[in-house]
Design a protein around this ligand. Structure first.
Ligand code: F6R
Length: 641
């Protein structure tokens, strides 16, 4: 049997220098990757040979491994003939540390399949300094002894690294000790529970080692990889983007989901790579892109601007620039409204929301206890001020994002309060003692004891209630769902389950909203926001035959990290300078999330700063395109269920 290579050969699309396959979702792409690996393993079995796999860790390949485990359990796929070499390991690190790649591989793959432990090779992060060089040489030799790697799975870092070959790595580098880049370390902060705990070094296979593999598949998901993926696929080969070296491999595929592919020329400006069907959406995309590229407001674009920027097709369709300009300008104009719940008694033909009913029932879903105010605080306030019945549902407890000392402060508070007022509470005393004892021995990233988790959730609950009081939502319209999928106590969450969906559906059914607002982070395949959104989609689907659902519109806002592309925005709600300040003070209610939150990531700005920068940028974009100048704007996309 021939090994089926699911992804190649393809014809190269113009601008792309490496075969690239785009899937609708990370799940489908992972399935295709797992299918190719399984076919290789089986074909080698038939020939009585080893299959030598090069394996990656990180969030990207998890679903591939889950699918291989499923194939083993349900289809009897055996891994007895598999030899595996992992790309890398932190240095120094103990093999049994929760963050070690030894632990990762055992948890995600090895302990669920029948691969022989002696066939699994991972660089040893506990090797002494003196022996590292020799251990690296031995690792290279081992790979060669087995005849080299048949199939190498890769992820890509946001800085373009493959393995831990950071920018600057040489094309012929071999397995070695390397100093981790700042971006890599801050991306690992979440796993290690703070920047100071992330190792400074790692052992990694070299670029040269990877390039010797007979077949390479690089996976990338999510919009935070889109920029670097474009550079690796369309940019020049250079040492500052190590993944670009792969352009020189003769049997490589980049496998992407839609979000990771979103910056590629064929997606961003498809009219430059192909003939396109000019839908309203695409015209909006092309014209806003053109205006921003040439730095002119839409109404000042000329025939020449269209002709010189690959849009002569579109020009031919309309005849002259003026007609396209005016049409697109009006489309954008109609997205702007100070009445997010609809303007009562007004003609709503060209407004984003219906005028009737004048007083709407609104249900805002907030994945964590602060997304409502961070991402749509201005709109939230307007909806309340304009007399709608606004409910807020906090989907998760958000407990893992509270610092230990913050939680301990509250536990101590209760104890001292009790002491002062002579309240005897052996239970409170016990919580205090347990928390104190646990925190003294807690390992980085270790799951908290239940009492501590509960206190952390309570802190966030209190902050969310405070925000609601500040905005003017009565407590009976504030709902805490504490969805079970989130309650693992660690960063890794369970997938959304029937219990979660039922909780969401029950609330929608009680409120019977005319408007639902939800965090629309479609692009984040691992994050809590996406899981929360999947839960809402599933709940709404289960209710679709209920009569009230006919009048229920779903508006999506984006989380704290990104904004909708300007051409996608269907409702833009302007904010005055005073409204921006009011929102800032609402965000300040979330005290546990201030001054360097537990999962800071690479962006050192606090949430209120991110929100303001983003809302200001949206307003500036509208203004650059020639529309009115506002201080800030919040943006929404309507999801047609
Ligand atoms: C992991 C590795 C890294 C990751 C990359 C992406 O073994 O070598 O190159 O593939 O950092 O990480 P995730 O998938 O977590 O975004």
């Amino acid at each position: 049997m021939m090994v089926t290579e699911v992804f190649s050969p393809h014809k190269l699309i113009s601008y792309e220098k490496v075969p690239t396959q785009i899937f609708a979702s990370a799940a489908e792409a992972s399935l295709a990757a797992a299918t190719e690996i399984a076919a290789l393993v089986k074909s080698k079995q038939e020939k009585g040979e080893y299959a030598v796999l090069g394996l990656a860790t990180g969030s990207t390949p998890k679903r591939v491994y889950a699918e291989l485990v499923r194939m083993h359990r349900e289809e009897g796929l055996s891994f007895r003939n598999v030899i595996s070499f992992n790309l890398d390991e932190y240095y120094p690190i103990a093999s049994d540390a929760l963050q070690s790649y030894h632990h990762f591989m055992a948890e995600n793959l090895f302990r669920h399949i029948d691969i022989l432990p002696e066939n699994c090779f991972i660089p040893n992060g506990a090797t002494t300094q003196e022996l590292v060089k020799m251990a690296c040489e031995e690792y290279e030799e081992k790979i060669n002894e087995f005849g080299g790697i048949d199939f190498q799975l890769l992820g890509i870092g946001r800085n373009g690294h493959i393995g831990f070959n950071e920018p600057g790595s040489h094309s012929s580098s071999v397995t070695r000790l390397i100093t981790l880049d700042q971006m890599t370390r801050s991306d690992a902060t979440r796993d290690f529970g703070g920047p100071a705990h992330v190792p400074r070094k790692a052992i990694t296979m070299g670029v040269g080692t990877i390039m010797k593999a007979k077949r390479i598949v690089l996976l990338a998901w999510g919009e935070n990889k889109a920029g670097i993926v474009k550079q690796a696929i369309e940019g020049p080969v250079m040492e500052f983007v190590p993944a670009s070296y792969l352009q020189g491999h003769n049997n490589v595929s980049f496998v992407l989901d839609e979000s990771a592919a979103s910056e590629l020329t064929r997606k961003k400006t498809p009219w430059l790579t192909d003939t396109v069907l000019w839908s309203q959406q695409l015209i909006k995309k092309a014209v806003t892109h053109l205006a921003l590229t040439v730095g002119k407001p839409i109404l000042k674009l000329t025939n020449n601007d269209y002709n010189e920027n690959g849009l002569s097709d579109l020009l031919a369709l309309y005849g002259q620039a003026y007609d396209i300009n005016i049409e697109v300008f009006n489309w954008l104009q109609h997205t702007i409204t100070g009445w997010p719940g609809g303007k009562p008694a007004a003609d709503d033909t060209n407004r984003p929301e219906r005028a009737e009913p004048a007083r709407k029932r609104v249900l805002i879903f907030s994945p964590h206890p602060d997304d409502d105010i961070i991402s749509m605080g201005g709109t939230f306030q307007r909806l309340v001020d304009q007399g709608h019945d606004v409910h807020v549902a906090y989907q998760t407890s958000g407990n893992i994002a509270v610092a230990d000392d913050e939680a301990f402060r509250f536990i101590e508070f209760v104890r001292e309060y009790n002491e002062k007022f002579g309240i005897e509470s052996p239970k409170a005393e016990q919580v205090y003692n347990d928390a104190l004892a646990f925190l003294q021995v807690k390992k980085n990233g270790e799951k908290d004891i239940p009492a501590l988790r509960y206190v952390k959730g309570l802190i966030r609950r209190g902050e969310a209630k405070n925000t609601c009081r500040y905005v003017g939502v009565p407590m009976e319209r504030v709902h805490f769902l504490d969805l079970p999928f989130y309650e693992t106590g660690t960063i890794d969450k369970k997938p959304i389950g029937a219990e979660d969906i039922a909780l969401i559906a029950a609330l929608i059914e009680v409120v019977q909203p005319h408007q639902v607002y939800a965090a629309g982070d479609l692009a984040d395949p691992h994050g809590t926001h996406k899981v929360c959104l999947d839960g809402i989609f599933a709940a709404m689907d289960s209710l679709k035959n209920k009569p009230f659902m006919k009048d229920c519109w779903l508006w999506l806002y984006k989380g704290a990290w990104a904004e909708w592309d300007i051409d996608l925005i269907e409702m833009a709600v302007p904010m005055s300078p005073d409204q921006v300040l009011k929102k800032r003070n609402g965000i300040f209610k979330h005290q546990s999330q201030k001054d360097g939150v537990v999962f800071q990531g690479t962006d050192s700005r606090e949430f209120w700063q991110r929100a303001e920068d983003r809302n200001r940028t949206t307003a500036e974009l509208y203004n650059k395109l020639g529309l009115a100048e506002y201080e800030a704007m919040e943006a929404f996309v309507r999801w047609k269920v």
